[in-house]
Ligand binder design. Sequence first.
Ligand SMILES: Cc1cc2nc3c(=O)[nH]c(=O)nc-3n(C[C@H](O)[C@H](O)[C@H](O)COP(=O)(O)O)c2cc1C
Length: 186
Amino acid sequence: MKALLISGSRNPQGQTARAADAVLDGFVRAGGEVERLFLPTMRVERCRQCDERGWGTCLKEGHCCIPDDMDTIVNKIKAADVLLFATPVYYGDLSESMRAFTDRLRRCVPRMADKTGIAGKPTVGVCVAGGGGGGAPTCCVSLEKVLRTCELDMVDLIPVRRQNLEAKLAQLGLVGEWLFTGPTSQ
Ligand SMILES: Cc1cc2nc3c(=O)[nH]c(=O)nc-3n(C[C@H](O)[C@H](O)[C@H](O)COP(=O)(O)O)c2cc1C
């Protein structure tokens, strides 16, 4: 059983990482293995809105024409059993790297000829407001909206703020253990 972390933070020791690691540690305790991706360190362009109507190859082929790390990430999503999306909260919303990736993914998945390995995959989202502490709930709403359009099965969304990060680590660990059981929202 494998969990893939897709992080919108570039800091592997930051607050987003602490929250994500708590979930992943729980997953490993339950017997799983994990892989971590940090989107800001990868090549993920923003959508080019290719033609004058705003569509590109995503519309007909369910595939983005930009030759960057998108395909690599999509293949890793397919190979994982469960997903963890973790983003720092920026302006009460997703980080720019998370926004760029999910904006492109949501165009492609509904139009893929073969959605095996993506549609219905159990997914947890964690949004970490590490500054003043505001905006984690609105960030969760943004993340849920975009990942639902990607047809992922959002089994949990967890707002975290700097002031409660420490207190939530144990709970995040339990979510990781639970994720190992392959939960569904149905
Ligand atoms: C552009 C920007 C906007 C931010 N907006 C918020 C915010 O709305 N609420 C908040 O609590 N923190 C905000 N922060 C602080 C980040 O949430 C905090 O730095 C983040 O938790 C760091 O995550 P990291 O340790 O994974 O890098 C912002 C930071 C940046 C750079």
